[in-house]
Design a protein around this ligand. Sequence first.
Ligand code: NAD
Ligand code: GLY
Length: 373
Amino acid sequence: MASTPLPPASAPTSGNTQVSIDLGDRSYDILIGGGLLVADTFAGLPKSSKALIVTNTTVGPLYTAKLRAALVPHHKTVLDVELPDGEQYKDWPALNQIFTRLLEEAADRKTVLYALGGGVVGDMTGFAAACYMRGVPFVQVPTTLLAQVDSSVGGKTAINHPAGKNMIGAFYQPQRVICDLDTLDTLPQRELLAGLAEVIKYGPIADAEFLSWLEANMDKLLARDRASLMHAVKRSCEIKAWVVGQDEKESGLRAILNYGHTFGHAIEAGMGYGAWLHGEAVGCGMVMATDLSARLGLIDKATAQRIRTLIERTGLPVKGPDLGPDRYIELMQVDKKAEGGEIKFVVVGPLGQATTRSAPDALVRDVIAAHTR
Ligand code: NAD
Ligand code: GLY
């Protein structure tokens, strides 16, 4: 799929900012900044008598009261439901908790759902919104770096199946995304690093300049410097909006956002959901996908090493678990990009561009052997 050129990064800003995602009548804004959990931020959204905040047992005690106060001017009744925390609960029983709450409260088809949490809460709330009464509006309020730079944007919603990650879901766009950087203050460092994996991803696949910026500013990001976080979230959202605006339902280009995910999803499913964080598995998967790109002759070894070094600098794991090559391959065959059992990998080359392709089995096995222990 031919793509339009990526717009250049917008100028750094000290105040709050926004990125728009252009999808015709499903277009929406991503608001990025501090102090966003206030009533004004939520003005102009679909009107409804009831609203449901979907969160989890970790994020709820931290932010539900604040979000509720911001929503009270807009809805007569603001309900909430706290799901169990963890990737292992991105499943049918937890999803059903949302439906049960909605039905117990006789929530009608105008009810707005608010996803308050990381990617797990966001993906599940979006899927619940897509299904409840065949579709109710929802708003993303992402509270992890990963969710602010990736999962809350673009309308992919899903739950896991024991046999494969994110296998049951729908494309369903939110009405608005509110990235309040203040919420990152309480995020554990391990989760920040997991989010950085999805930030780094955008460089090799779409924007070599952004990769250089990340190399120059990684120490500041690790120290949570606000201006650096602001730029990282904004540029990530700009790149994601550029991709999704051209290929909402992943008929081609959007697959590049899965750089590192084919190997990464195999790690997550193979280890049991929750053992490795999604971002950790993606970081390690990117090291593997980058090596595969080099072995296929698409980038040189120095470029592959450059990407690996940046991932390593964050403290993310760069060696995968030793599931054995057969198990990796078995798990990768249930990846959504696979066609007729043939695994498709996102490969980089030249730097700043990516494509999807199959690879010889022996080469894939070499990559797995080189990057697992
Ligand atoms: P997560 O949702 O599990 O959140 C990580 C942890 O941080 C959780 O324990 C959570 O309770 C906690 N947390 C969240 N916000 C916090 C805060 N502000 N302060 C303190 N603790 C906080 O994980 P994640 O990394 O945000 O998301 C991973 C999920 O996103 C995976 O399921 C992945 O498949 C999905 N994902 C989806 C897309 C998409 O396009 N839909 C893209 C990337 C990832
Ligand atoms: N995170 C992959 C996508 O949104 O397509």
